[in-house]
Structures are given as structure tokens and as C-alpha cells.
Design a protein around this ligand. Structure first.
Ligand SMILES: O=C(O)[C@H](O)COP(=O)(O)O
Length: 494
């Protein structure tokens, strides 16, 4: 992938200072502004092409839409539920997290809460501070029964149904998403051992808060350690104030070590991305991961150019219903993903959709009603990319490759070019029967418009209507004259 240019980054939360230092050392201008209101962030965000956040900044669709120059949202931490990832993807913005920076600190707090729950340490501390010497409440200790060791990780894997009735303690460590929202609910609490203790240092909502309160009240749940809440800070204090709940204000990652790691990781990941070295931590742009090799750059250009050629030659027939991209050749095995996105970018370029790029190509295609199909075929003979579009009931195909580092077109809808057509500059395509008169007429049209003919590629077929391609010095102002000479004609700049 051609390196993304990121020049100005806004850090909207307390992120370790090393983040700013690393970004600045790499030529990126950094502004730190904390505790901005949503309105302030919306007004400000257009001035930046990068945004670095923790979990308090709500990067909503409104913020993303206001960020007309935004290219990357860096999350100095793990959870990206405060970022509207779908909206970012549609706008072609990379969302990147630091998947391992604060894991150890969150695990430490989980263990601390487990121990505190078991031994009622916070309650004992409070009662000591109240001047009491109450030894009765700290004597009922149940030993923690560790889960059995599984074959691979030392933990026996069980279904949740099997797991619930066996646990003395349940800790959750998942992102918040539809499948994990309310993972512990009335039904699952009912299957648990009476008095089960639960810890949530992951995200509020994985344990259903209303169900947890009911389970605490009935004694079905014997205690909860909560570092996170559905609403932060929680306005409803019922859980926080419950005698069997110990809670913290989302401190799982708040250690010097975790913050230094996350601040450093997100800055280095952004720098690696803008310098084209690597893409690490992107949560919405998997297709880009394999584009960080120099070899891939020309293939991406090829895919996009083929999409543009298809669009130019079929524009009058729109709408498109399907794009089918096939890569051939061992070395393109991992390329079919980005080739299809690149072809869609070319096909949608200059259309009504906002800024198609490799991040948003597939969602934009889906939104436009285009199905994208990707295939790979092994071939010892050649490395080529075939892009076929279904447009208004018929199909139109291009075949291209990269030769000597240059993207070239080999075939256009059945016409095989004698010489590969370099996909660069201004190109004129037309379909006609092979005739000297026609070619003279076309060059006459070019000359009359002051356009120089720079290259000419004809089909290998000697009879029937075939596609021709001309490299020209500039686009014709009007190709009406050409359209009256040839069956079809199109021009474009790639
Ligand atoms: O998702 C995370 O990384 C943790 O919940 C930490 O969030 P924070 O960076 O806002 O402390």
C-alpha cells in the first residue's frame, strides 16, 4: 500500500507522553486536548488526519463524518467499542488498537478483585477506617477451584452450559459485541452455583447489570468485582453501593507500565503505517495487512486501473451487480483480497460514493448493491488478475498483469492485445472492425482536437469487432465524433 500521509494528530485523552514524543520525532504535528465535549470534538476534528483516544472519547458517526481529513483513529488500548468502527470503515478510515499493551495490567486487577472478593478486603479496610475491629465478616473463605488444564493452553475447554454450574468465580475477558452482550444474564446466573462470584474488568454490559443486581439480592451471586460499567461513571449507583460489590473506576489499564506500552505502541504503529513499513493492530482493515510489501503496490495500481477501465468502457450500461476477481499464479495467492478491493475502488471512483479506498471498498460495494467475489487459481504459467463485472445482465472482462514493475492490460472483453497496454496516462479505447479507414479517421479526430497519438495497441484477432487502445497526450474534450465512428468508445486517465 502506498504510505498514508498523516501530518496532524489530535490526542484527545490522557495518553502516555511517549506517544506524543514518538509521533513528533517522526515529523507528525501533535495537539493534546482533553475532556472535549462532543461538539468541541466535532468542530475540531476536521483539522486533523489522525486521532488518538482511550475509552472515554466517543468517536461516533457524527465525529467521523465531521473528520473530513481523518485517515486513522488510533486506540491507545484494547477496546474499540467507543469507536463507531462501521462508520469509520465506510469513510475509509483505519481503526487501530494496541492489542497487548495493557493485558497484563487488566489481568492483575482481575486477580486483585478476585482476592479482594474472596477475603472481603475493601470491606475490612472500610470498617477499620470507621474505627471498628470486626473480625466476623472475613472468616468465610472458599478456596478458588482452578479450571482444568486444556490440551493446548492448560485449560479444559467447555461449553458455557457445562461451565456455569461448575464455577465458583467467573471472570470475563471479551470485547463487548452483540454475541457477548449479556453473556451473564438471569438464565446463566440461574445455572451457576449459588454464591458464585463474578469479576468484570473487560466491558460493562458483558454481565447484564440488572440481572447481576437481582442475583446479588437473591444471594445467587455472592459478590461482584466491577471495574467497568455500561455507563461510565454509572449514574445508577445500585451496584456500586451494594455491600457485596467492590468496584473501581475503570482502572484495569491504569498502570504506568500499561500506559507506557499503549502510548508507545500506538505511536509506533502509526509511524510504521505512515512510513509504509507495516500495519499492526488495524481492526477494520485486514485487507491492508498484506499490502505492505513493495511488490503489492503495482498490483494494487493494476486492480484499481482495471476497475477504472471497466467503468469507462461500461459506464453507459450501469448498474453493476457483481465484480468477480480471480488471481492466477502462486505469488498472488495472498493478493486476491486486496486485488478485489482495488478493482472496486477503480469501479466506484468518481462516483457518488465518498472517497472509495481499500478500507471502505467492500462496504461501499455492498451498499451499492454490488456482490464481490474473489477467487484464486494456481498457475505455473502466468501471474494475472482477471476482473469481470456483471452489468445490466451482461458481463465484461479485463485481464491484466504487472510486467517489469508496470501494470499492464492484456485483454479487454475477449480482445487480446498484441502488445500489453501500460496502464498509465491518458488512454482511449474503442471497439470496431479492423479497417485502415477507421484508424485513419480516428487519428484524424485526434489531430483535429490537437491530441497526440503516443501508442497504439490492437487485438491479435484479425477479423470481427475488436477493442483497440491508444495512449494519447491528453483527453479529448468530447468523444462524440469517435463514438460515431466506432461501435463503442471510452477514454480515461489512470
Ligand atoms: O479497552 C481497554 O484497553 C481498557 O478498557 C482500558 O481503557 P482505557 O485506556 O480507557 O483505560
Amino acid at each position: 500500500m502506498a504510505p498514508l500521509s498523516v501530518k496532524r494528530v489530535l490526542i484527545s485523552e490522557s495518553v502516555d507522553p511517549c506517544c506524543k514524543t514518538i509521533l513528533k520525532e517522526n515529523g507528525i504535528e501533535v495537539t493534546e486536548k482533553q475532556q472535549m465535549t462532543k461538539e468541541e470534538l466535532i468542530a475540531e476534528i476536521q483539522n486533523y488526519d489522525g486521532l488518538v483516544v482511550r475509552s472515554a472519547t466517543k468517536v461516533t458517526c457524527d465525529v467521523i463524518n465531521a473528520g473530513s481529513n481523518l485517515k486513522i483513529i488510533g486506540r491507545a488500548g484494547t477496546g474499540v467499542d467507543n469507536v463507531d468502527v462501521d462508520a469509520a470503515t465506510k469513510s475509509g478510515i483505519i481503526v487501530m488498537n494496541t492489542p497487548s499493551g495493557n493485558t497484563i495490567s487488566a489481568a492483575e486487577l482481575t486477580c486483585a478483585l478476585l482476592m479482594s472478593l474472596s477475603r472481603h478486603i475493601p470491606q475490612a479496610v472500610m470498617s477499620m477506617k470507621d474505627g471498628k475491629w470486626d473480625r466476623k465478616k472475613t472468616i468465610g473463605y472458599d478456596p478458588i477451584t482452578p479450571l482444568e488444564v486444556s490440551a493446548s493452553w492448560g485449560v479444559e475447554q467447555m461449553s458455557l452450559e457445562e461451565l456455569w454450574p461448575q464455577c465458583d468465580y467467573i471472570t470475563v475477558h471479551t470485547p463487548l459485541m452483540p454475541s457477548t452482550t449479556g453473556l451473564l444474564n438471569d438464565a446463566s446466573f440461574a445455572k451457576c452455583k449459588k454464591g458464585v462470584k463474578v469479576v468484570n474488568c473487560a466491558r460493562g454490559g458483558i454481565i447484564d447489570e440488572a440481572a447481576l443486581l437481582r442475583a446479588l439480592e437473591s444471594g445467587q451471586c455472592g459478590g461482584a468485582g466491577l471495574d467497568v460499567f455500561v455507563e461510565e461513571p454509572p449514574k445508577d449507583r445500585a451496584l456500586v453501593n451494594h455491600p457485596n460489590v467492590i468496584s473501581c473506576p475503570h482502572l484495569g489499564a491504569s498502570t504506568k507500565e500499561a500506559q507506557a506500552r499503549c502510548g508507545r505502541d500506538i505511536a509506533l504503529q502509526i509511524v510504521d503505517m505512515v512510513t509504509g513499513k507495516a500495519l499492526v493492530g488495524a481492526v477494520n482493515a485486514q485487507v491492508l495487512v498484506s499490502t505492505f510489501s513493495p511488490d503489492s503496490h503495482q498490483w494494487i495500481r493494476l486492480g484499481e486501473s482495471m476497475g477504472r477501465v471497466l467503468k469507462a468502457c461500461t459506464a453507459s450500461k450501469e448498474p453493476y451487480s457483481q465484480v468477480h476477481v480471480t488471481s492466477l499464479g502462486e505469488s498472488l495467492k495472498k493478493s486476491s483480497g486486496f486485488l478485489s478491493s482495488a478493482a472496486v475502488v477503480g469501479l466506484l471512483a468518481e462516483g457518488p460514493q465518498k472517497g472509495p479506498n481499500l478500507v471502505n471498498a467492500l462496504p461501499l460495494a455492498a451498499e451499492t448493491g454490488i456482490t464481490v467475489q474473489t477467487d484464486h487459481k494456481d498457475s505455473d504459467e502466468r501471474e494475472v488478475c482477471v476482473v469481470e463485472v456483471s452489468v445490466n445482465g451482461s458481463s465484461f472482462t479485463t485481464v491484466g498483469s504487472v510486467q517489469a514493475g508496470v501494470p499492464v492490460l492484456l485483454e479487454l472483453n475477449g480482445s487480446v492485445f498484441r502488445q500489453p497496454v501500460p496502464l498509465t496516462g491518458h488512454l482511449l479505447f474503442f471497439k470496431a472492425s479492423n479497417s485502415t479507414e477507421l484508424l485513419l479517421s480516428v487519428t484524424g479526430v485526434l489531430a483535429a482536437a490537437g491530441v497526440e497519438l503516443q501508442s497504439f495497441s490492437a487485438s491479435t484477432a484479425s477479423s470481427g469487432e475488436q477493442w483497440y487502445c491508444m495512449g494519447i497526450s491528453s483527453l479529448l474534450g468530447d468523444i462524440g465524433a469517435l463514438k460515431s465512428l466506432a461501435k463503442e468508445a471510452a477514454q480515461l486517465t489512470v
